[in-house]
Design a protein around this ligand. Structure first.
Ligand code: EPZ
Length: 419
């Protein structure tokens, strides 16, 4: 299990480019199951989650070509058996978004229930409710979702809660259903808009892209397409927070500044200098930071995936700030680790109150999930002395060689390989 060793205290400076968003590419890769024609993705990222999705598609019978991190070509000419086994789904929950496309193309699918994970119970009831509204018969048998619908028919779906994966799953089923579907209270995350744009290139008829109501006129078949997925707004946000946290001056390139607007508003309110321009954002922090409050909520509000990183930032801001987590019930696993480094954080239910600034002291820490790992790396950058972040396989699921990206900005982060 690899770990990072971080020498803190270096203000980050320079420019860095962001990679393709894994959370956009994963559902787009699942969309390849909707057609026997080839799909080509211009960019990818060398991440464990992308490799896991490629493995799942291959298991289903698709041809997947491309080097890690480079363009990917997928062709699902034939799928002998539309079944996603537990051992593949358990590696990556996002595999569950294969359910909608498999059901739409084959009339049946058997996909392992993904189960909970370190950040919460993460049910998929809204995925199933949406597919049932399109006429699917759904049973849970022996830990598997068994869905069948010889013919999917358009229907009206009102999601009880805003769900990214649920919207993706039902959207991908609706594009091949007979007639019109309306998805209300749909998630508006940029990754949904990206998927909808890919589906339209494939021949789908979708209106309302980027809004909370998606109207879909089903078509009989979809074709191949070429697509470049959006860049990773969470990676971008993590790097921008790193700049502010270390009192540095960093330009993050190849991003859509609108996608990180909720973070930029907070950084400005805290006293950072934020300069968006075209597809880049520069953040510097000449006068220190004052505390702020954030509440996570669906896009366009402040994202849960940048919550842990923001908490690291608050430890270095003047005054009392707070972080309220409303999306996942167990996403404060980074707090005890930050406290071990000297942070002053009090938890009250789903709220963390952070009093700063506190000098952080380098310490060995243990990563518990993807974004918590990023938080600990950031804390290590701000800390005095040497920190360690263990179990960075979590980090490698969503950040491509983060140590190299940070090194470009002057950070002293070393990956130590261990058996
Ligand atoms: C996506 O997960 C992202 N993953 C997550 O990123 C992100 O944190 C999350 O959206 C919220 O933005 C991918 O895109 C691969 P949800 P997803 O369905 O789709 C509840 C990261 O670090 N819910 O929008 O699984 C659910 O429990 C990851 O990159 C139901 O109750 O999230 C949660 O509380 C982690 N029933 C809330 O909705 C359902 O049927 C939002 O979940 C579905 C969800």
């Amino acid at each position: 299990m690899d770990r990072f060793v971080i020498e803190g205290g270096v203000p980050l400076r320079g420019s860095v480019k962001v990679r393709t968003a894994k959370n956009a590419l994963l559902p787009c890769m699942a969309a390849t199951l909707l057609t026997p024609e080839p799909l080509e993705f211009a960019g990818s990222a060398d991440l464990r989650d992308i490799a896991s999705m490629a493995e799942l598609l291959r298991h289903l019978g698709a041809e997947v070509e491309g080097e890690p991190g480079g363009p990917i070509r997928v062709r699902a000419a034939k799928i002998p058996e539309p079944e996603c086994p537990y051992d593949l789904v358990r590696k990556m929950r996002a595999s569950v978004v294969t359910l909608g496309p498999l059901l739409a193309r084959y009339g049946r699918a058997r996909v392992s229930l993904p189960g909970g994970c370190a950040i919460g119970t993460r049910p998929v009831d809204q995925h199933l409710k949406g597919l049932a509204a399109l006429g699917a018969d759904i049973r849970i048998e022996h830990g598997y979702i068994e869905a069948s619908a010889p013919v999917l028919r358009g229907g009206e779906v009102v999601f009880d809660t805003v769900t990214v994966g649920g919207t993706q799953n039902v959207l991908m089923a609706a594009v091949l259903a007979e007639g019109r579907s309306v998805l209300r209270n749909a998630a508006r995350e940029p990754e949904i808009g990206d998927l909808a744009r890919l589906l339209v290139k494939m021949g789908a008829r979708i209106e309302g892209t980027d809004s909370d109501t998606l109207t879909v006129e089903g078509v009989k078949a979809l074709g191949g397409a070429r697509h470049a997925c959006i860049s990773d707004r969470v990676e971008a946000g993590t790097l921008l927070i790193a700049a502010a946290l270390t009192g540095g001056d960093v330009t993050v390139e190849e991003i859509v500044p609108d996608h990180v607007e909720a973070l930029l508003v907070k950084l400005r309110a805290m006293g950072a200098r934020v300069e968006p321009g075209g597809s880049a954002v520069r953040v510097s922090c000449p006068d220190g930071l004052s505390a702020a409050d954030v509440t996570t909520a669906p896009y366009p509000a402040y994202p849960t995936d940048l919550q842990a990183q923001f908490m690291a930032l608050l430890t270095q801001a003047r005054g009392v700030g707070s972080v309220k987590e409303t999306i996942f019930e167990n996403r404060f696993m980074h707090v005890p680790e930050l406290q071990r480094m000297g942070a002053d954080i009090r938890i009250d239910g789903n709220m963390a109150v952070v009093t700063g600034p506190t000098p952080l002291k380098g310490a060995p820490t243990m990563a518990s999930d993807l974004r918590a790992s990023a938080c600990l790396v950031l804390a290590g950058l701000a800390a005095e002395g040497t920190s360690e972040v263990r179990r960075i396989y979590h980090l490698d699921r969503g950040y491509e060689r983060l140590e190299e990206r940070l090194a470009v900005l002057g950070a002293r982060v070393t990956r130590v390989k261990e058996d």
